[in-house]
Design a protein around this ligand. Structure first.
Ligand code: PGA
Length: 251
């Protein structure tokens, strides 16, 4: 078993209400009682409507809360329906997912993503920056060039990479039950780390994998030691599945 710190990050998407605290509470109990099960960090990125409520109720130091997106301006401003990084920090977000393909699909550009990252860092929020190719890009063998472009266009040397996690999430894998071949995934993780080393002078970059991770296939992913953790969507909406993913990872 590895003793390297691993991240298990849940992305609840548009899911959950106040009663969903029971999910967090079960995960928190598990985390406390299995504290010795490898060095791990558990983060749950929940809807903005729940962050403050969960933060107040959650007594555990074992679980961190995060948001799933923010506006590309900070502070307050005339942006109907939007929430800034500063506002998210104030309600207790310690992490934030930025650049998720479900938001890119809605028109979020690399330039907007860069601003979101910069403002979130300014507010001392840890970043989970998502990158990944679509199925047609994969078919055309453009995976590496797409990832290179996404990294180059949204990151900067001056960013604090101790506060940035990159989540490689192939778009074709999200919610589809399809996962990359282990050998391909290994190469992609190495590529991402190398690219960031070269372009941004990062010595130690942490890279997560996301896309259809479940309690069964997590055993396969545990074979890749250079993956620093996982971004888990659908399965994180169930305490049992999320806990089983962690247990099976360390089996
Ligand atoms: P999934 O989603 O685990 O449901 O495939 C992952 C994500 O969108 O972050």
């Amino acid at each position: 078993m590895t003793n390297k710190l691993k991240y298990f990050i849940g992305n609840w998407k548009m899911f959950g209400d106040f009663t969903s605290f029971k999910i967090i509470s079960r995960i928190s109990m598990f985390s406390r009682s299995y504290a010795r099960l490898g060095r791990k960090k558990i983060v749950l990125c929940v809807p903005n409507t729940l962050i403050y409520f969960f933060k107040k109720k959650l007594k555990s130091k074992h679980i961190f809360l995060g948001a799933q997106n923010c506006h590309h301006e900070d502070g307050f401003g005339p942006y109907t329906g939007s929430i800034s990084p500063m506002m998210l920090k104030k309600i207790g977000s310690e992490y934030i997912i930025i650049g998720h393909s479900e938001n890119r699909k809605e028109g979020e550009t690399d330039k907007m993503i860069k601003r979101k990252i910069a403002f979130s860092l300014k507010n001392k929020i840890n970043i989970i920056f998502c990158i990944g190719e679509t199925s047609s890009e994969k078919r055309k063998k453009q995976t590496f060039s797409v990832l290179r472009k996404q990294l180059k266009n949204s990151l900067e040397k001056k960013f604090d990479f101790n506060k940035i996690l990159i989540a490689y999430e192939p778009v074709w894998s999200i919610g589809s039950n399809k996962i990359p071949k282990i050998n391909e995934l290994k190469k992609i993780i190495i590529f991402i780390k190398k690219e960031c080393g070269k372009n941004f002078n990062v010595k130690k970059l942490r890279v997560l994998y996301g896309g259809s991770v479940n309690p069964q296939n997590i055993r396969l992913f545990s074979l890749i030691s250079n993956i620093d953790g996982f971004l888990i969507g659908g399965a994180s909406q169930s305490a049992k599945k999320f806990i089983d993913i962690i247990k099976n990872y360390y089996k």
